[in-house]
Write a protein that binds this ligand. Structure first.
Ligand code: PLP
Length: 393
């Protein structure tokens, strides 16, 4: 059976070039990048090379790149590393749980937390962020304000107006963190243009390995490290560097920059649009977040009178992998907090599926999806309610 993976926002496979770049660092060049001898020097050189690539990727200095274990660590570090009791944290109700649960933790520790809701189209209004900033906040205030907004939403792909939010942060003296885990590699990237102090990315969302990521930390940002111990990463992130992972992230970032320049992401946007148009021919379907700018590879579609989970299973049996929302919450019966924040009711949120294409997706992949989805929807809609329930178990 043909298998088509349409769940790139959950994770992506390594590209062959990434695998090849990492290969020597597992066995032959296994050294610890902190060691002085030849083995260490080779590992150190590889890490330095990746740091140079990431500095180009972020458009920052090499000394502003901190390697870590991925998006969750970056999000947690930005929030726990900057805020103390009495400070102020502003974020949005469509963030990943790595931000939202960190916000809950901060609230328990005396940080004033404000959560801004999106508009119905999934976009955050920068003026709502401005209004959430405490009026007494002035540049130079010793109490800190941190704003954290994602670049692209993992469920809908909606790209947020981070540049405008960056300007508001600069005007008010607030710190600004961007969770760019889903935007990285999919939308043009430049932390200077975004105007952020901190920015988190994760390799496994852009055809790199799992368990490794990087953070841009603007020079002078008073960020306390989350991990303490050794003096790795200029004392900003203790722990022996994951050399193969860092090399893989570097290669994935290099290929991601090429894909944004060579038309690959435009090709993916055209495939996504064709997939979306084909699925919308099915009666009772609608795109969530359609009227906002979106990452090229993502579409989130509401199928009236359907249980999303049952459709995920039915499609999987026919070789198409999609998801009902964030992979971190699959298996939970809770409807998507992102779609609910956009005004969908519980049933509509549960009846929505995310299709997210790999950058290696082909026309044949989309043809297969468009053959399989209408049949599966028709079949499920024809079932009696108790059969539907059984099909979803
Ligand atoms: N932020 C966003 C927007 C994500 O989509 C994810 C992963 O799904 C994360 C953070 C967490 O990243 P990681 O899996 O690297 O910990």
């Amino acid at each position: 059976m043909r298998r088509v993976y349409c769940d790139a926002n959950a994770t992506t496979p390594l590209l062959p070039e990434v695998m090849e770049a990492m290969r020597p660092y597992w066995m032959e060049d296994f050294g610890n990048a902190s060691s002085i001898h030849l083995h260490g020097q080779k590992a150190r050189k590889a890490v330095d090379h990746a740091r140079g690539t990431l500095a180009r990727f972020f458009n920052c200095r090499e000394a502003e790149v901190v390697f870590n274990s991925g998006g969750t660590e970056g999000d947690n570090t930005a929030i726990f590393g900057l805020l103390r009791a009495g400070d102020h944290f502003i974020t949005t109700s469509i963030e990943h749980s790595a931000v939202l649960q960190a916000a809950d933790r901060m609230a328990e520790h005396g940080v004033e937390v404000r959560i801004v809701a999106p508009k119905k189209n999934g976009l955050i209004d920068p003026e709502e962020i401005r209004r959430a900033i405490r009026p007494e906040t002035q540049p130079g205030d010793s109490r800190r304000t941190l704003i954290s907004v994602m670049l692209a939403n993992n469920e809908t792909g909606v790209v947020q107006p981070v540049e405008e939010i960056g300007k508001i942060a600069a005007e008010t003296g607030a710190f600004f963190h961007i969770d760019a885990v889903q935007g990285a590699g999919k939308v043009p990237f430049d932390v200077r243009r975004f105007g952020c102090h901190l920015c988190s990315i994760s390799a496994h969302k852009m055809h790199g390995p799992k368990g490794v990521g990087a953070m841009y930390v603007r020079r002078g940002t008073p960020l306390s490290p989350l991990m303490v111990g050794g003096s790795h990463e200029r004392r900003q992130r203790a722990g022996t560097q994951n050399v193969p992972g860092i090399v893989g992230l570097g290669k994935a970032a290099e290929l991601a920059m090429e894909s944004l320049d060579d038309g690959t992401m435009d090709r993916i946007a055209r495939l996504r649009d064709r997939l979306e148009a084909g699925v919308l021919e099915i009666a009772g379907t609608k795109v969530n977040g359609a009227v906002a700018p979106r990452a090229a590879n993502t579409t989130n579609i509401h199928f009236e009178h359907l249980e999303g989970e049952a459709l995920v299973i039915a499609l999987d049996l026919k070789g198409v992998a999609v998801s009902g929302g964030s992979a971190c919450h699959s298996g939970s019966t809770e409807p998507s907090h992102v779609l609910m924040a956009m005004g969908l009711d519980k049933n509509a949120a549960r009846a929505s599926l995310r299709f997210s294409l790999l950058k290696t997706a082909t026309d044949e992949d989309v043809d297969h999806v468009l053959r399989v989805v209408p049949e599966a929807v028709e079949h499920l809609r024809a079932l009696a309610p108790e059969e539907k329930l059984a099909a979803s178990l």
